[in-house]
Ligand binder design. Structure first.
Ligand code: FBP
Length: 725
């Protein structure tokens, strides 16, 4: 017998019972024929068909066109008024595209003659890169329609499963039938996506080979900050081949936002953001309805947003959850008290800048305790998945571990994660690094102090921090249970507050009076002894802090002379005390992949379709190294203005895979922005730590008609209103 394989009698028993179960599930022949005829019934067929009326309506929706695309011909017109602060490194590495201007798009009558006919036949390749974002299919649809309208012989190729499809020359030709099957639908299902990066001379060479073999005039990269960075480098690489490369700003994270040097907004948000935020918001508002009905759970909602907290902020504005954490605010926090104390001692307390994990957990506890005092032992918490990166001590770990992993991969034949597959092996490697540094008295990224601090973290969190980086060297926040880490600390601290007697559920005064009177007890005698605010006019009563158990309850009542030592605590009083003991129960939720795959809102349907048309105008106008964008997204649709933004001037240096690289800058939440200031002014109200109704908002489900949903993200609306003031 082979060791390790269970073939004994017990195994046989398990197998037979499984077989019996399948026998029941698999219909007998007689049942199968019955099912067969039932399945052929036209109503059954209709009810179970993949094509349903909601889908048909969606496929038939025609997004409106920006005014300029109503003309039969478009041309580009440089907008030299927009200038950028250019990084010298970008100037050096991207010389042929660094001086690109912002391009405006103008409509007009068809030109009569031109050196390069505007309606020439084009071969264009398109690729999705990174995570899906609602609206991607409409970029393809917009581009396909514009190509076909201008020259029916033009061809559009879709590279399969992301940039890997370019490297492998794995593509399909996109037909009208295909486009029509995906109009206004979410996901990137038509051609798929992937996270491969074209970042080495060898990969650039392979990309060039593919483009040449398909005789491409242009390559379109629909992606986030890293992918648009890639687009710029490819544009430079393929410049002399005459192959144009155009980027499209995609990511639900909403962190591609572009301003010129004079702070004028050129691109307010990437596509997909609105839909994802609205999808999360609809689901989270359902949780608000749930928890305020059953009044027993705190729903903890982690929402996607790898780095920036835009999605969390938009969700907060959409739903008004009781507590929302915004990473950028947490990083910006300054503990004045600690700074002053250190100053008085003639030193500097660097830990006073930014919040620690513990500090964040205390903030949450404060909200929970205050709501409990108002009788609300339930609520909704929203936190961004990238929160940990904004927390001092964690950020340091992430940067150090990124460097260690990147260095290891560069100097060894096999990579860090294959060489150290288990957590113990990884920890052992780190321990050895720290020991060597100590024994040899040399500088090391990982020292004994790091190792000690790291070892007090729970194993699941250590594992999370050591998780494999993505192909861009980014830390994969979606793989870390941020909510679990924070809520673990919250639970511990609430326990302490409960023991101190400061975390109590408020008792409704009316209920107290009724319960006492029903038991024949005088509420006026027990009240002052039991509650610390009995003599106020507050509607919720708080049990004295000294009462933390039935034993201390009795001691307090005896001390206050309400009962004698020999007496038992009356049943009604014990019941009232027990009702004040909080039971902190949580339900954790992660909102990310669901919203990423959602069918797009009217905003995203329209935005992306017009982006596709913009891409065509940029190609036809001879641009390369540009990102298609729509200016004025924050305003009404009539004011939307399609433009091309040069990518190279947007680059700056950032740490990637432990090294400084030129990349497109991610836009973080600006805590001085009107949207954030509104959030910050209203969050006290949304915490609703007062008796009475909560302030939850119901944004409703996503539609595409624009009839009953916000026309655009609330963040954009508020920022625009604030700017105009
Ligand atoms: P992109 O930046 O590629 O658009 O992806 C964003 C995102 O949806 C993040 O919000 C999330 O952290 C990440 O993708 C998850 O990535 P993965 O699909 O690799 O799990």
């Amino acid at each position: 017998m082979f060791s390790g394989i269970d073939t004994g009698p017990e195994y046989a028993l398990k197998w037979f019972s499984l077989e019996a179960a399948w026998g029941k599930i698999n219909m007998s022949d007689e049942n199968a024929s019955l099912t067969d005829s039932f399945l052929k019934h036209p109503e059954v067929k209709k009810a179970t068909d993949c094509i349903n009326s909601a889908l048909t309506e969606r496929l038939e929706f025609v997004p409106p066109l920006c005014k300029v695309f109503e003309s039969s011909y478009t041309r580009l017109k440089a907008k030299p008024e927009h200038i950028f602060q250019i990084h010298p490194s970008a100037r050096e590495k991207l010389p042929d595209i660094i001086n690109n201007p912002v391009q405006g798009i103008k409509g007009g009558p068809e030109p009569t003659d031109s050196e390069k006919p505007w309606n020439r036949r084009l071969n264009v390749g398109i690729v999705f890169s990174g995570g899906p974002a609602p609206g991607g299919h409409n970029v393809i649809a917009g581009l396909f329609d514009a190509l076909g309208k201008t020259n029916p012989d033009s061809r559009l190729f879709g590279f399969l499963l992301g940039p890997e499809g370019i490297l492998e020359n794995n593509c399909i030709e996109i037909s009208r039938e295909k486009v029509n099957a995906f109009r206004n639908l979410g996901g990137f299902t038509m051609i798929g996506t992937g996270r491969t990066k074209i970042d080495t001379p060898e990969k650039m060479q392979r990309a060039r080979k593919t483009c040449r073999s398909l005789n491409l005039d242009a390559l379109i990269i629909v992606g986030g900050d890293d992918s648009n960075t890639n687009a710029a480098f490819l544009a430079q690489e393929l410049y002399n081949d005459g192959i144009q490369v155009i980027g499209v700003p995609k990511t639900i994270d909403g962190d591609i936002q572009v301003r010129d040097k004079n702070n004028e907004l050129l691109c307010a948000v990437s596509f997909g953001f609105h839909t994802a935020a609205r999808a999360f918001s609809h689901n989270i508002s359902n949780l608000c309805a749930d928890c305020s009905s059953d009044v027993k759970y705190w729903h903890v909602c982690k929402v996607m947003g790898r780095v920036a907290s835009h999605l969390a902020l938009e969700t907060a504005l959409q739903v008004h959850p009781n507590i929302t954490l915004i990473g950028e605010e947490i990083a910006d926090f300054i503990d004045e008290e600690r700074i002053n104390k250190a100053e008085q001692q003639g030193s500097v307390d660097y830990t006073a800048y930014g919040m620690t994990l513990r500090h964040v957990s205390r903030l949450i506890c404060d909200g929970i305790v205050r709501r409990a005092a108002a009788g609300k032992n339930y609520g909704v918490i929203v936190m961004p998945e990238g929160l940990l990166e904004f927390i001092n001590e964690i950020q340091v770990f992430i940067i150090k571990l990124n460097t260690i992993i990147a260095d290891y991969n560069e100097t060894h034949d096999t990579d860090f994660h294959s060489n150290f597959p288990t957590l113990d092996e990884k920890l052992d490697y780190l321990r050895r690094m720290a020991r060597m540094a100590r024994e040899n008295h040399t500088f090391s990224v990982w020292n004994t102090r790091d190792d000690d601090l790291f070892n007090v973290l729970p194993p699941f969190f250590q594992e999370g921090l050591l998780t494999e980086r993505d192909s861009h060297g980014n830390f994969q926040f979606s793989q870390v249970e941020t909510d679990k880490v924070i809520m673990g600390l919250v639970k511990d601290y609430l326990k302490i507050l409960e023991e101190r007697g400061t975390y109590k559920v408020g008792i409704e005064r009316k209920w107290y009076l009724r319960t006492m009177e029903n038991s024949g007890l005088d509420p006026e005698i027990y009240g002052p002894a039991l509650f610390k605010n009995f003599n106020s006019d507050e509607p919720f009563l708080l049990v004295n802090e000294s009462v933390v158990s039935v034993k201390t309850l009795k001691q307090t009542l005896v001390k206050e002379g309400v009962i004698d030592n020999e007496d038992d605590v009356p049943g009604a009083v014990e019941k009232i005390y027990k009702a004040s003991v909080p039971k902190f129960k949580t339900q954790n939720h992660f909102y990310g992949y669901d919203g990423r795959g959602n069918d797009p809102t009217w905003f995203d349907c329209t935005y992306t379709y017009n982006l596709g048309r913009t891409v065509f105008s940029l190609i036809a106008g001879g641009s390369t190294g540009q990102m298609a964008a729509i200016k004025n997204l924050e305003k009404t649709f009539e004011q939307w203005e399609p433009i091309g933004i040069p990518i190279a001037p947007l680059m700056h240096l950032e740490e990637r895979k432990g090294k400084l690289s030129l990349v497109l800058e991610k836009a973080l939440v600006d805590i001085e922005s009107p949207a954030f200031r509104v959030f910050s002014a209203m969050r006290g109200q949304w915490l609703a730590a007062h008796p009475g109704r909560d302030h939850y908002r119901r944004p409703g489900p996503i539609r595409y008609s624009g009839q009953s949903e916000d026309a655009r993200p609330i963040t954009l609306v508020l920022n625009e209103l604030g700017r105009a003031e």
